[in-house]
Design a binder for this molecule. Structure first.
Ligand SMILES: CC(C)(COP(=O)(O)OP(=O)(O)OC[C@H]1O[C@@H](n2cnc3c(N)ncnc32)[C@H](O)[C@@H]1OP(=O)(O)O)[C@@H](O)C(=O)NCCC(=O)NCCS
Length: 147
């Protein structure tokens, strides 16, 4: 089997990323707009995983982490999160947030902790994922960068 390669997303990856997200019931709002800050994992010509950042000043939103069922449980999600954390640090972000209804138990291993939704900084309210794409019941998590 050919290796799984992580790389920055390109405009032509949008449809494949959207298909992965749709299959897992994750929101598509804002994905096209922020695709340049997404990473994908590719085997051959198949996109098997994705995850991205939305950047608002020194705050960011980690979003759309998704792994195709055939690639789950092999550390692909973890590698994507690590690479997104590295990218966030390299881009000078101070703090990352995420919203999840499905994986609140997955992210603590990467240093994310739960916070109250009121702890989200005002600049993140520009995010389409935050503005209604994710239910108000979603768990909000935070991780500081570079400490
Ligand atoms: C969550 C997800 C990205 C993890 O990716 P992955 O490549 O399968 O995960 P990894 O191989 O890095 O890690 C596997 C570990 O995570 C755990 N895990 C996987 N999904 C989990 C979830 N939803 N909640 C809690 N733990 C989870 C596994 O039980 C496994 O635990 P172990 O290390 O103790 O054996 C993937 O399962 C997925 O696409 N889920 C559906 C979409 C989703 O919920 N995304 C998050 C949106 S914010």
């Amino acid at each position: 089997m050919s290796p799984l390669v992580l790389r920055s997303a390109r405009p032509e990856d949008l449809r494949a990323v959207e298909l992965l997200l749709t299959a897992e019931g994750l929101p598509l709002q804002g994905v096209a707009e922020h695709l340049s800050q997404f990473l994908v994992a590719e085997r051959g010509s198949a996109i098997l995983a994705a995850g991205g950042l939305e950047v608002y000043g020194t705050s960011g939103l980690l979003r759309s982490l998704v792994v195709h069922p055939e690639a789950k449980g092999r550390g692909v999600g973890a590698e994507l999160v690590q690479r997104l954390l590295e990218r966030a640090a390299a881009d000078g972000l101070r703090v990352l947030f995420l919203l999840t209804t499905t994986a609140a138990e997955y992210f603590p291993r990467f240093g994310f902790t739960r916070i109250d939704r009121t702890g989200l900084p005002p600049e993140l309210h520009a995010s389409e994922e935050l503005r209604g794409a994710c239910p108000a019941s979603a768990v909000v998590m935070q991780r500081h960068i570079g400490r």
